[in-house]
Design a protein around this ligand. Sequence first.
Ligand code: URA
Length: 224
Amino acid sequence: MMRNTLHLLCKTLVASRKFLSLQSFKINVLKNAAGCRACDLWKNATQTVFGEGPSPAKIMFVGEQPGDQEEGAGRPFVGPAGRLLDRALEEAGIGRSKVYVTNVVKHFKWAAAEGGKRRIHKKPRGLEIQACRPWIEAEIRIVRPQVLVCLGATAAQALLGKRLRVRTQRGQFVSSELAPYATATVHPSSILRAQDDAARQAQMAAFVKDLKKTAKLLRSKQES
Ligand code: URA
């Protein structure tokens, strides 16, 4: 009895030490990322936008970079693309509060639209993605996802390899050293750009189908 209690106490102590060191690692990563000057994107940005969600989390979604609204809020996927992602997650039976959501690039890259007021998204360059790499790697270490889901070609090629083609490989699980399972699908903003309602509905259905594969995989792992 005494031995069992001691064993339990030791396990709890080890677990809480691990938890505390993970928490302080997380706080350090967040603090350092906020002041990152590894590329020039900080010059035109107001703040870094780090990922959010529980850690550990079974699923980690990775997009390209925060948009205008995300930068304002300091939170990923809270604008139009985020709302579409929320709907797709709901249709796929995945709770947003259960997943971790982030981006490969933590600063908003933009150019002023003609007229000057609006800020238009600009695709990050390879060097900018590379400069941000330590942050996404740190996040993956903290969150330890079972499934890493890349949203769109920028995230997919940054994390799963330059040769990955979202168009032909979407929804397939590919091997990666970053997580036990990894997959890529389209970026929700590509659905927002669909040319008409019919195309948008078809693209949304295909997106939900991809997400359901991840939900199904996790269910099968839980059952086995
Ligand atoms: N697009 C992204 O890739 N990430 C966001 O956080 C918002 C829009």
